[in-house]
Design a protein around this ligand. Structure first.
Ligand SMILES: O=P(O)(O)OC[C@H]1O[C@H](OP(=O)(O)OP(=O)(O)O)[C@H](O)[C@@H]1O
Ligand SMILES: Nc1nc2[nH]cnc2c(=O)[nH]1
Length: 183
């Protein structure tokens, strides 16, 4: 097992947990898309690690494309404004689209994306979220069709998730030590 990064306070999902979660999601997606050829849309940057693993667990024919959006910038709070930094190269009219997202927090990013892709004539749009944040008293703007894990209401990093573009390379998901934010 990799040594714990000194900035990490605790691990929420270990490498083994992640392997199990992604394997299960791959099975669920493969079962539901039997006989179809979905387009998996990875929401960059955060979802690139998850999508790479998920794709290898999907057993039906599928294609992949990427969209880069940002609503958090360098901070830990959503700005509420979703910016498209890179659009899809694929025509999605009539396609079954599966959005692969690393984390669903306020749901603002996904709600914006679903509306956008629906407007382009996708046949179906489903959401596969690796992590969903449990925020007491708050309902996210969208409901994911596939959920990897529910995580506590803390800012998490690793497995593609960053803080100020750092920690995406950690093979596990963890919570940062509070002093890291004031560095
Ligand atoms: O449910 P929400 O509150 O909208 O938050 C979820 C989004 O926040 C993060 O993206 P971020 O804007 O940090 O960009 P990144 O993927 O490049 O890290 C994450 O990757 C999700 O896309
Ligand atoms: N890295 C990271 N990005 C997020 N975007 C929304 N919530 C989070 C989070 O907990 N961690």
């Amino acid at each position: 097992m990799a040594e714990l990064h000194p900035d990490i306070e605790s691990v929420i999902l270990s490498e083994d947990d992640i392997k199990q979660i992604v394997g299960r999601l791959g099975q669920e997606v493969s079962r539901d898309y039997e006989g179809k050829n979905p387009l998996v849309v990875a929401v960059l940057r955060g979802a690139f690690v998850f999508t790479a693993d998920l794709l290898r667990q999907i057993t039906v024919p599928c294609a992949v494309d990427f969209m880069a959006v940002s609503s958090y910038g360098a901070g830990v709070k959503s700005s509420g404004v979703v910016k498209i930094l890179k659009d899809l190269d694929t025509e999605i009219q009539g396609r079954d689209v599966l959005i692969a997202e690393d984390i669903l927090d306020s749901g603002l990013t996904l709600s914006y994306l679903v509306d956008l892709l629906r407007g382009r004539g996708a046949k179906s749009i489903k959401i596969c979220a690796f992590a969903v944040k449990d925020i007491p008293g708050h309902t996210a703007a969208v409901t994911p069709d596939y959920v990897g894990a529910h995580v506590p209401n803390e800012f998490i990093v690793g497995y593609g998730l960053d803080y100020a573009e750092r920690y995406r390379n950690l093979p596990y998901v963890g919570i940062l030590k509070p002093e890291v934010y004031s560095k």
